[in-house]
Each structure stands twice: as structure tokens, then as C-alpha cells.
Design a protein around this ligand. Sequence first.
Ligand SMILES: Cc1cc2nc3c(=O)[nH]c(=O)nc-3n(C[C@H](O)[C@H](O)[C@H](O)COP(=O)(O)OP(=O)(O)OC[C@H]3O[C@@H](n4cnc5c(N)ncnc54)[C@H](O)[C@@H]3O)c2cc1C
Length: 376
Amino acid sequence: MSDVIVIGGGVVGASAAYHLAREGASVTLIDRADQGQATAAGAGICSPSNVLAAPAAYYPLAVRSGHYYEELLAHLAEDGEQTTGYDVTGILRIACDEEEASRLPDFLRYQREAHAQGASHIGDTTMLEAGEVASLFPPLAPVHSAVYSSGGARVDGRLLRDALCRAAERHGARIARASATLDVQGGRVSGVLTGAERVRAEAVLLAGGAWSAGLTDHLGIALPLFARRGQIAHLSLPDTDTSRWPVVTGFHSHYLLSFPQNRVVAGATREEVGFDYRTTAAGVHEVLSEALRVAPGLAGATLDDVRIGMRPATPDNLPLLGALPGLSNIFIAAGHGAYGLQLGPYSGALVADMIRGITPPLDLSPYAPERFVSSV
Ligand SMILES: Cc1cc2nc3c(=O)[nH]c(=O)nc-3n(C[C@H](O)[C@H](O)[C@H](O)COP(=O)(O)OP(=O)(O)OC[C@H]3O[C@@H](n4cnc5c(N)ncnc54)[C@H](O)[C@@H]3O)c2cc1C
């Protein structure tokens, strides 16, 4: 008998399991490792400015999540985990033409206001001339101008997920590779079934990403989660140290970011095609042509990999965090869409608090499952 079963071992489930285990709960994490796990494919931009296109209700979570990364990394380091791929490299919002440049002053003002109101991890924000931009990210074509925020960061989702899982295990969590279904007895969820095995628990957390909807079908609950596919290209530049290059955004919905030692990631498509795990000609064309349009210096890079991930999306583009109505021992943390690597570690910590009966330090009502799910 566990205190808590977490279904799903992406960044959200791994974080929840880690926080629960760290606080002394007995935890079993069950993960099916689906092809298209978003965490394994996600780019990894961590910056509140990246959330500007999202609904306003995202913002408090984004600001807290940004601050929280520092605390999380310190906890992981105490637990022997130093390798997360997280680094503060700065973030550029580039303008390629006059029209895009005309929007930058507003963006600059907004960033500075947010910084003054508490989002200190945005760092210093400045307007850069074309020449200054080129020195920060050499493959870029001459741009008109750009806004640079020194606090922009990036993380490697695979490394962070694995660090969280190892640290959770170190605190006694059990991690299993299996497909879980809810075990409902007498109108109450008593645990999960993994094939023939029945695992009992006081509480169950659904952290199955875009696949979470399938978990509650037989409870008569239709969770409004769906997959938004992303195809994302991994390039390498031989003999070039890219590890300190900033994140580049601002060209349509596309972006570039870099990782040690010589990797550049170009993302990403946003497609609603269900769970279709395929690299498509149009997808690769889209990401590479956008990348090369703004950064023609990448033309000679090696195309190492195209990753495919299913972003867990909801109709209002906000996550689902909290207990399912009418079922006091079953919780959900899913639906972080394009922002789960930034927000997911903190969401995992918040939902771990809720499961332990502790009031989280942030008003979670905008993300309450009740907005979509009525009591059962
Ligand atoms: C191309 C792309 C780029 C992105 N870029 C960024 C970015 O720059 N910044 C950012 O913050 N976010 C980004 N994201 C979003 C981010 O990756 C996701 O929001 C986040 O990883 C979601 O994490 P999750 O744990 O909810 O889901 P997932 O990582 O998808 O994990 C869900 C897990 O649950 C398992 N599971 C499901 N059902 C069951 C079951 N019944 N039994 C057992 N296991 C089950 C699955 O197998 C899977 O392993 C990007 C995503 C993509 C695809």
C-alpha cells in the first residue's frame, strides 16, 4: 500500500513524486514511456516572456515557477543531482523588419514592469542594435534590432526528468514501467491496475500528459485534454561551442536555443493531428526554413535528430491542477501545453502540497479541474 501513486513520469509526474517522497510519503510512480512524451521532446525555454502569448492567468504560475527553479536545483544538488541541463543563458526577442521592430518598445516596457513587480528572474532587459545581437548568436542574419533579457534560461527536459526520478528513488519512491488504469471499488479509487497487478494507495495523481484523458473514461469523466504535436530539429555545429548562446525568439512562433557543447535546437511545429507520432516532410520543412531564414549560419549544421512530442493541451490553454470534483483522493496535474518544462516542476510541487493536505502558496483556482469537470 502506497500513500500516493503517480501515473506518468514526464517532468510533472517526476516532480510530484520527488516532492512527495522528499516529504516522507511512500510513492509509486508508474510510467508507460509513450513515444511522444512531451518532456523528452520539449525545447526547454524557461522565461516568463515566453508565456506572453498565453492567457493572463498563466502569468502568476510562470513568475513563481521561475523563482522556484533556483530552490529546486538546490534541493536536487543536496540529493546528489547536479545535471539538469538548466542554465541561465539570456533570451533574445529579435525583430527582422521595421514592423516587428515597432513592437519591441512595448515588449521592453512590459519586461521592465514585470521585473519591477517581482519577476526578478527576468534579469536586466535592454534594447540591442544589430551588431550586438550578432555577437551573441553568430549564425543569425543581420536583424533590425532585438530585446535581450539576461535572466532567460533553458533546461534539458530529459536530464531534469531523470534527475527528479533518481532523487525521488533516493527518498524511497518506487518507479515502475507499466501502463496503469484506475482501480475503482465501491465508488472510490482504491489504487491502480497494471496488467494483473493491483497497487493500492490512499491517493492517485494523474500526470499522464496528453494521455491523461484516457485515464478517467471509465469514471464517466471526460477530461478535455488533447495532444498538440510538436516536431523539433536538433542540429550540431562541429567545432563551435554553443553552450552560452541565448535563446532566440520573436520570429513567428518559432525559436532557437542551444545546449552544450555544440547543439542548436530549432522549434517547433504546433499541430492538432491526434497522437500521430511521425516526422513529416512539411514539419521538417517548416522548422528548418524558419530557422534558416533568421539564422542562415546554421545551413552547414548537421541535422542529428527530429524529435516529436505531444504537448498536453486544454481548450482554454491553462493547466488542470487539483482534486477531481467529487473524488477527494484523485488529483490531476496536466495540460501545461507549450510551457510544461518551465512550469511543470513547480506544478508538481504545488500538487504534492495539495495531496498532503497543505494549502499551496499560490491561488490555484484558475487551474481547478471544476471548470471543465462536474462532480461525479
Ligand atoms: C516540441 C515541443 C517543444 C516544447 N517546448 C517547450 C519549452 O520551450 N518550454 C516549456 O516550458 N515547455 C515546452 N514544451 C512543453 C513541455 O514539454 C510539456 O508541457 C511538458 O513536458 C509536459 O509534461 P507532462 O509530464 O505533463 O507530460 P509528458 O512529458 O508527456 O509525460 C506524460 C507521461 O505519462 C505517461 N502516461 C500516460 N498515460 C499513462 C498510463 N495510463 N499509465 C502509465 N503512464 C502513462 C506517458 O507515457 C508519459 O511518459 C514543449 C513541448 C514540445 C512537444
